[in-house]
Design a protein around this ligand. Structure first.
Ligand code: GDP
Ligand code: MN
Length: 437
């Protein structure tokens, strides 16, 4: 769970890390009325993404007119597609130096990594790329509860060596690193970052920015912490910042969906590859389908087959949810073919086929993009599903001409997938020859 800066700063304060004086959080310009402002004021967009400064989400104001103007403009801004619903107002601090500090869990090794740099304030990735010598990095394999003092001293020494003007704050730097480490461990965080940790002209250390990501797996233990910073522990806050357009859509409709492509909205498809969308019957089946599409692709199609998503319908999806799941993949710009399977246990094959056919009929009438669909259904309500399917094929041959569903288990899914991919490549070739887009 990513925390907003103002939430993270409340945690910092519990661990004796100084943060700028908070003036308030506003959700619209009229909220300014109740605040007493001490100028200059920093106005900060509360979005769960970094690089707000560059995107116009961090501004300084010297009087109330400026505050009003900046706030009203900021509410209209989006940062990397994210709307700004809240602004944090703080008293600005005067900056003498900007330090970078962070602690992360290495996702590959689960080691803790501590990073410090005297070149804070800017993108640490840029510092790492252009001036790697400016970064102090230590990997801890033993996961201690508190940071050994010799390590915090080593970090502080490094910072002073890189910038001798920091000598007078060396002790406080060492203390701040220990405090950040304790916050990280006590809250079971995955990432804690202060960038910048400001050294003021009167040698105070102030955490001007705060990034804090909690480990979702330990949230149940952190309920008291969440409550203390104003988050309802039962609320499942979703990391909307990391959602693709299609993931967000699925989240609203109410089924798990993950894009496996990096940037699905502006995705450059490779000419010789077939991109396969998956509507499986459950989470396990979803994982199996991804593997099996790759497996069949490697065996028979030179590895030119790419599964584009993970999906789970959940137990017993309604007719309209089934339709929405197919709509989402047929609207997805990458999809060349859809592979589906209904292993009816909790859920009914009848509702599944009705939802699927409803989606295809709707799309045919409204001239939306049609995609070939291959699949199999077995299990609950199969006889009713078959009767409906047979009748529908007679009634709507055109809308259903690319729908190939095996009814019953006379074929294994690997064969269904192979048939589908063969068909998908054939259609693709025909379109290329015919010059149809
Ligand atoms: P980010 O761009 O999302 O990382 O947002 P930050 O909160 O780090 O703000 C960006 C930059 O604004 C910082 O690196 C500082 O240079 C500057 N900044 C933030 N807070 C203050 C402040 O209180 N006083 C001054 N002078 N500068 C600040
Ligand atoms: Mn920052």
């Amino acid at each position: 769970m990513k925390l907003y800066e103002y939430e993270a700063k409340q945690i910092f304060e519990k661990f004796d890390l100084t943060v700028p004086k908070k003036i308030g959080i506003i959700e619209n310009v009229s909220d300014l009325e109740g605040l007493s402002l001490n100028f200059p004021v920093m106005i900060k967009a509360m979005v769960l993404i970094g690089g707000r400064g560059k995107a116009g989400g961090i501004k300084k104001a010297d009087n109330i007119e400026e505050v009003r103007e900046i706030c009203s403009k900021m509410f209209d801004l989006t940062i990397h597609g994210l709307a700004i619903k809240k602004l944090l107002l703080e008293e600005a601090v005067d900056v003498s130096h900007e330090i970078y500090l962070s602690i992360i869990t290495d996702p590959a090794t689960f080691d803790l990594v501590i990073v410090a740099s005297a070149s804070g304030g800017i993108d640490i990735e840029e510092v790492a790329k252009n001036q790697p010598g400016e970064i102090w990095k230590k990997t801890l394999g033993d996961n201690p509860n508190t940071l050994p003092e010799e390590l915090s001293k080593e970090a502080a020494d490094f910072l002073v060596e890189r910038n001798p003007e920091l000598t007078s704050v060396k002790e406080s730097l060492s203390t701040a690193i220990i405090a950040l480490f304790s916050a990280f461990q006590k809250c079971e965080a995955k990432i804690c970052e202060i960038n910048p940790l400001i050294v003021t002209c009167d040698n105070q250390l102030i955490a001007a920015d705060a990034k804090f990501v909690l480990d979702d797996n330990s949230l149940y233990r952190q309920a008291p912490l969440l409550k203390s910073i104003g988050i309802d522990p039962r609320s499942k806050r979703h990391d909307v910042s990391e959602q693709t357009k299609y993931e967000a859509q699925a989240y609203i409709i109410g089924f798990p969906f993950l894009d496996l492509l990096d940037n699905p909205e502006n995705f450059q498809k490779e000419e010789d590859k077939l991109y396969v969308g998956l509507v499986p019957g459950g989470a396990g089946y979803g994982i199996f389908s991804i593997d099996e599409v790759v497996n069949v692709g490697n065996r028979y199609f030179d590895g030119n087959v790419v599964p584009i998503n993970f999906m789970d319908s959940g137990g017993g999806p309604s007719l309209s949810k089934v339709a929405d799941m197919f709509h989402l993949l047929m609207d997805h710009p990458a999809t060349d073919l859809i592979i589906t399977s209904r292993f009816g246990g909790i859920s009914s094959c009848d509702i599944f086929i009705q939802g699927l056919i409803m989606a295809l009929r709707d799309r045919y009438i409204s001239k939306r993009r049609m995609i070939p669909i291959f699949g199999r259904m077995v299990g609950t309500d199969l006889a009713a599903a078959k009767a409906f399917f047979d009748k529908a094929k007679k009634e709507s041959p055109e809308p259903l001409k690319d729908l190939h569903i095996v009814v019953g288990n006379q074929k294994i899914m690997a064969e269904v997938i192979k048939d589908g991919i063969e068909y998908g490549f054939r259609i693709k070739k025909q379109k290329e020859l015919g010059g149809i887009k």
